[in-house]
Design a protein around this ligand. Structure first.
Ligand code: FEO
Ligand code: CA
Ligand code: CA
Ligand code: CA
Length: 600
């Protein structure tokens, strides 16, 4: 927190131009390398990657597919543990001749399951530079793969509730594996928070659940009329818990924030039920003025909500056993945003508010505190398992797909990436979501009352309304729009040690590849957004991380080559291995060749 001069850090690099090149494009003076790629050995003894001879056993010991959230736990200056999420598998790019889950071989289905989850890998600095590489020799005693099969446990108020019980787990306390882990966060006590996002796509036979459960399936995006939705991976063919007609509660056991200790490969990952259940984009932590821990969270679907959890007890530095209980007891809130001026439609494409600023006030509405529900007609367990239904009842504000929500550790501002919303109608536009058919998304800034993350009221504004700066509906915090980079579909955010805001994109609607951007949030250059890198064809930019020493930028290059009609016979990307190789989702690192600070 604090009100220092942070957030106005000077950035001198020359912006990368929008492009469609099949490479990682970086500013002059910088270099890049792939650190760890899909299929690289993670566990000692794992075989080398062989695209033409994949097995589930090999994949379970190798780096998974579609890397997303990335965080680094330093071990001294030159070593570290990299945690990486593996959000999902794309079988049509992983296997030759793949059609669908129904015709897939059982081995292909098992490979897909093993390609999900997360990885812990040891990495080492190259020389004294900002470059890092995978450690490929020695014990690597922390290296770990988490998959769809890893035993986990529930804690918090909903653990053991009837809604979480299944035939295989009559106590409702021991879920298995995690699904679709998108973004995440890192706790002050050195653990990972990884977020289960679009878990709805993995289940079949939602039409076969008891009638009373169907509205809850629908509210979470599971069809109650189709048995086998198009594109389903058919995990049910090798593990019947994915068949909702047989195990209707299994759906409730995914969609959580999972806490994992990267330093203990034998530890059991914990699904923290106090943080609610929805299409969790991520969970990022900060401390309230009194030391309570706060987790900010987005629910990434159209017209969903922004949440935060505030612990009951305070964080105590060094008291690990205490700190690891903090996310089990506290209050879950949902955000309501109120505008302060009427909006005027421009060209049917957007709005500008009458006072010239998209801004207003807001409140955090409590949903549940420990075992006490604040939502009439719902128990605490119901609020936590059916959080979307609870938020619907209290008048929270429906947003344009809330992705990362993260507090700037230098200024205390909280930034919400709202990626897009093709379905918003003009009548549904409001000052916090000002565009109908919002193609390019926007970024919302929350300033908590007294700049205290524990507050229950706040002020908000939109520093960025994304798109082509020539589009009159765009806004770059009032900065000269002739100087800024075009940006579309903000997804993940992070900060450097100077408090500058870094934004990565997913699904650029301006015809160029996705990328990573940076913008000061204070001072005369607030709104001066510049593109720092772009990713190869078909890829999304995930997991951006600026190392604490500001010498390295890590990005997860997710789904390179994922374009219409691409296949192993006809790949649209050859990144990172080049030549005629198949594309491989990989974490890359970017550094200044003279060792200068990132952004120089
Ligand atoms: Fe997996 Fe919301 O991006
Ligand atoms: Ca206003
Ligand atoms: Ca994301
Ligand atoms: Ca996204």
């Amino acid at each position: 927190g604090g009100n220092g001069p942070g957030g106005s850090g000077k950035l001198r690099f020359a912006a990368v131009a929008p492009n469609t090149d099949d490479k990682l494009t970086i500013p002059a003076g910088y270099a890049s390398a792939a650190v760890v790629r899909w299929g690289d050995p993670v566990l000692p003894g794992a075989p080398a990657f062989d695209f033409e001879n994949q097995t589930a056993e090999a994949q379970a010991a190798q780096f998974g597919y579609n890397c997303d959230y990335v965080t680094l736990f330093p071990i001294g200056h030159n070593r570290g543990l990299l945690w990486v999420n593996h959000e999902y598998s794309d079988e049509s790019l992983m296997f030759r001749g793949y059609k669908d889950g129904t015709s897939a071989t059982e081995e292909q289905i098992k490979i897909g399951m093993a390609a999900h989850g997360g990885s812990v890998v040891e990495i080492e600095r190259v020389g004294n530079s900002g470059e890092w590489r995978l450690v490929t020799r020695g014990r690597r005693r922390y290296n770990r793969r988490i998959t769809v099969h890893t035993p986990m446990k529930f804690t918090g108020p909903a653990a053991g509730s009837d809604l979480l019980k299944t035939a295989a787990d009559p106590a409702g306390t021991t879920p298995v594996g995690m699904l679709n882990n998108c973004a995440g966060g890192t706790t002050p006590w050195g653990t990972v928070l990884t977020a289960e996002e679009n878990f709805n796509q993995y289940f079949v036979n939602g039409n076969g659940v008891p009638e009373a459960q169907k509205p809850y399936l629908s509210r979470y995006g599971v069809s109650t009329t189709t048995g086998i939705p198009n594109g389903n991976r058919r995990f049910d063919r090798v593990d019947e818990r994915f068949d909702l007609a047989k195990h209707p509660n299994e759906l409730n056991r995914t969609g959580w924030i999972v806490e994992i200790d990267p330093f203990d490969p034998d530890s059991t990952p914990v699904k923290r039920t106090a943080l609610g259940r929805f299409a969790h984009e991520g969970a990022t932590t900060s401390l309230a003025a009194d030391g309570r821990v706060v987790a900010y969270m987005g629910d990434d679907s159209r017209f969903e909500y922004v949440y935060k959890f505030v612990s009951k007890k305070r964080y105590i530095p060094g008291f690990d056993r205490h700190n690891r209980t903090l996310l089990d007891e506290g209050t879950l809130y949902v955000a309501k945003f109120t505008g302060d001026s009427p909006a005027t439609e421009i060209d049917g494409s957007g709005r500008l508010p009458a006072d010239g600023k998209f801004d207003g006030s807001g409140e955090w509405i409590p949903l549940v505190t420990g075992n006490v529900s604040h939502v009439p007609g719902m128990t605490a367990a119901e609020v936590l398992v059916y959080t979307r239904v609870a938020a619907d009842k209290v008048g929270a504000t429906k947003m344009d797909r809330p992705e990362d929500v993260e507090r700037n550790p230098v200024t205390g501002g909280v930034y919400v990436a709202l990626t897009n919303n093709s379905n918003r109608t003009p009548a549904q536009a409001d000052e916090a979501n000002p565009r109908s058919a919002n193609k390019h998304g926007h970024v919302l800034e929350i300033v908590e009352r007294r700049n205290d993350a524990g507050a229950t009221t706040f002020a908000w504004s939109l520093p960025l309304v994304c798109g082509d700066p020539n589009d009159p509906a765009t806004y770059f915090a009032g900065f000269d729009k002739t100087k800024v980079s075009p940006i579309s579909c903000p997804d993940n955010v992070t900060f450097d040690a100077d408090g500058n805001l870094w934004i990565s994109t997913d699904g650029n609607q301006l015809g160029a590849n996705d990328g990573l951007f940076v913008m000061p949030v204070r001072g005369p250059e607030r709104g001066y957004l510049r593109q720092f890198l772009s990713v190869p064809v078909g890829a999304e930019t995930c997991g951006p991380l600026i190392s604490k020493d500001q010498r390295s930028v890590f990005v997860a290059v997710q789904h390179p080559g994922e374009t219409d009609d691409a296949s192993p016979e006809n790949p649209s990307s050859h990144w990172p291995d080049g030549g005629t190789s198949q594309p491989r989702p990989s974490v890359a690192v970017v550094w200044h060749t003279e060792g200068k600070k990132i952004g120089s």
